[in-house]
Design a protein around this ligand. Sequence first.
Ligand code: SF4
Length: 72
Amino acid sequence: MKNIWRIDLDLALCSGMGDCARLAPEVFELGPDGLAHVRSGVTDDPAALDAVRACPMAALQAWRDDTGEQVA
Ligand code: SF4
């Protein structure tokens, strides 16, 4: 069974440097306000977890959609 993750973004922490959008462009984008936005709140793209872990501001979190366990 495929893992599905729920992605949370705390915009108050986002610095807008765009690492997440570079690492997982299917999941994150930079908006016209210069801050990150989540394209889809749930994803099976493993790059999303890399992006969550790479966020320099710890603005991103990822949770397993089925169990609610935090994975990044
Ligand atoms: S990597 Fe983190 S700080 Fe950088 S744009 Fe994405 S959410 Fe914002």
